[in-house]
Design a protein around this ligand. Sequence first.
Ligand SMILES: [Zn+2]
Length: 140
Amino acid sequence: MADTEKIPVIEGLFTLHPEEPKLIGSKCTSCGTYYFPQTISCSNPDCSEERVEDAFLSRRGKLWSFTVQHYPPPPPFKAQEPFVPFGIGVVEFPEEIRVAGILTESDPEKLKIGMELELLLDKAYEEDGKEVVTWKFRPV
Ligand SMILES: [Zn+2]
C-alpha cells in the first residue's frame, strides 16, 4: 500500500525532510536577527540595513513555557479526532527566537522549563485522505 500523501499545514514554514525537518525563517544580513515565520525586512530599530535572507532555525531548542490544552481548538483550527489533550510549548532556539508548537508530551509532570526539545514533523489531522503535517517538539 502506498504511503499516505503528506502535505504541510501551511506552505513555506518548514522543510518536509522526514528525519531532519527544519523551520524556515529569515536572517538579517546586517545585524543577524532571526525571524520566524519569514519576513521581508529587518525590523530591529538599531539596524541600519533591512535586507534579510532565508535561514533555517536549529532543530533543537529549550522549553521556555508550556501548557496543556484540554479541549479541541475552535475553528478554523483542526485537531485529531477523537480529541486527546496535548501540550503546547514555546521553545527558545539558539538563534534567540521563540517559536510555539505542539509538544509530543502532554503530561505536565514530564515537562520541565529549560529541557531540550527537538523538532519533528507529525500528523496534525487528516483531510481528503491526505495527512496534514505540522511541526511539533519532542523531548531529546
Ligand atoms: Zn537587521
